[in-house]
Design a protein around this ligand. Structure first.
Ligand SMILES: NC(=O)c1ccc[n+]([C@@H]2O[C@H](COP(=O)([O-])OP(=O)(O)OC[C@H]3O[C@@H](n4cnc5c(N)ncnc54)[C@H](O)[C@@H]3O)[C@@H](O)[C@H]2O)c1
Length: 395
């Protein structure tokens, strides 16, 4: 008997909204069978032209101009929320109340109060709620997690994580939603949230932060004249507005296990288009990853004899998570990058909804993402108190 289709919609047709749209479009073509057919029902954006263009490119039936139209459509089963962070809460609450499954982009919300309210909504909900911590879907990062969690590095001694980007170096980049909100809502929320999530995905929860410092390199930016997509330039007015949040942040962290970590995050790091990277060291091994080389990681342990000891370059292949069935070309060394991660993320979300056989690991929960927001707030408090140690509340 043919299965009922599952109807999905994407709210936001900007930089990441298109990645969700592409993810849903491909979700049934990877990993073989197991999902019902996916109906690409609607894509909504306040900018009608962006919505129309994305619907046409990715094959969605309708282009809508408000998220309310999506939430009010009883034929839609599941939605992705891919708009500026301050809008996540009202959309998520309305969608959950309407009985729709929700995949919300990171960071969970625009404020800690909104994030807590979303966790309360998740707790009472009879639907799947998930957060787009997309780097968990990197085959290389998932492989490093297996090494760490499997004890192959021995007792951990140091985690160093950084996310260095250059999208805010140009002072002509307009004052979009990314530059408004208080301390913590800038580079920390936009890119720091990802490397914080990766650190905890690998090494477990962080319970305290200290030594934080935040800084802003470009204090004013021109106001946009129309829609701004992602980090890109757009027509601007001669008027400027204040940048309200940090371009750069550093801090140290203590994990629940006792492990010590250091973090640095910047959106004004010249020459770094998307520099998420980390090194994790233990007494018996180390691993390192750099997103600019997304289909490989470094691994080192005491297995080789001393004559040939040193870090090995491990190329993503059949031995790494997500590879089998996860690429159209099933050949080691064929690469892979950002687009695949969004397919795997959508696939995991739909697996969570349908409860199909052989599911991918589930997505982060709203509660996981609240913890990351609490951590960012602790970093801000540490910076405001001269680098003092600040505990991070755990659930
Ligand atoms: N997981 C990832 O790797 C990743 C990458 C980038 C962004 N993100 C997250 O995705 C979200 C969106 O980021 P982005 O870079 O795509 O932003 P963006 O500014 O490029 O796009 C946001 C879109 O939302 C639209 N919008 C604004 N108000 C709306 C409304 N009321 N109804 C419908 N649409 C509305 C805007 O017109 C815009 O097109 C953010 O939460 C961000 O943190 C995640």
């Amino acid at each position: 008997m043919p299965q009922q289709p599952l109807s999905v919609a994407v709210i936001g047709a900007g930089m990441a909204g298109r990645s969700h749209a592409a993810g849903y479009r491909s979700v049934n073509t990877v990993f073989g069978e197991g999902l019902p057919p996916v109906r690409l029902a609607a894509i909504a954006d306040a900018d009608a032209e962006l919505a129309r263009d994305a619907a046409r490119r990715y094959g969605f039936e309708q282009a809508l101009t408000s998220w309310e139209q999506v939430v009010d459509d009883p034929s839609i089963d599941a939605i992705s929320i891919v708009v500026g962070n301050a809008l996540h809460r009202p959309i998520a609450e309305a969608a959950i109340a309407a009985g729709k499954h929700v995949l919300c982009e990171k960071p969970l919300a625009g404020s800690i109060e909104d994030a807590r309210a979303m966790v309360a909504a998740e707790q009472g909900a009879d639907v799947v709620t998930a957060v787009g911590y997309t780097y968990r879907r990197s085959p290389a990062i998932a492989a490093v997690r297996d090494h760490v969690r499997g004890g192959e590095l021995g007792e951990l001694s140091l985690f160093d994580g950084r996310y260095w980007c250059d999208y805010a170096c140009d002072p002509r980049i307009p004052l979009s939603w990314r530059y408004t909100g208080g301390p913590g809502s800038g580079a920390l929320a936009d890119i720091g949230a990802h490397v914080i999530d990766v650190a905890q995905f690998l090494c477990g929860p962080i319970v305290a932060v200290s030594g934080a410092a935040l800084s802003t390199q470009v204090a004013k930016r021109p106001l946009p004249l129309g829609a701004v997509v992602g980090h890109t330039a757009a027509p601007v007015s001669s008027e400027t507005g204040e940048v309200e949040n940090e371009d750069t942040a550093v801090f140290t962290a203590r994990f629940e296990s006792g492990l010590t970590g250091s973090f640095s995050v910047s959106r004004t790091a010249f020459g770094m288009p998307n520099g998420l990277a980390f090194d994790v060291y233990g007494l018996g091994g180390r691993a390192g990853f750099d997103w600019h080389r997304p289909a490989e990681y470094l691994f080192d342990d005491a297995q080789p004899e001393s004559r040939t000891r040193g870090a090995r370059q491990v190329i993503v292949g059949p031995q790494t998570p997500y590879f089998a069935g996860g690429y159209p070309m099933q050949a080691p060394g064929v690469g892979g990058g950002n687009a695949e991660m969004f397919v795997y993320q959508c696939r995991a979300f739909l697996d969570q909804i349908t409860g199909g056989p052989d599911p991918l690991p589930p997505n982060a929960t709203f509660a996981d993402a609240l913890h990351t927001m609490e951590l960012i707030q602790a970093v801000v408090r540490s910076a405001q108190s001269g680098g003092a140690a600040v505990p991070v509340p755990t659930a």
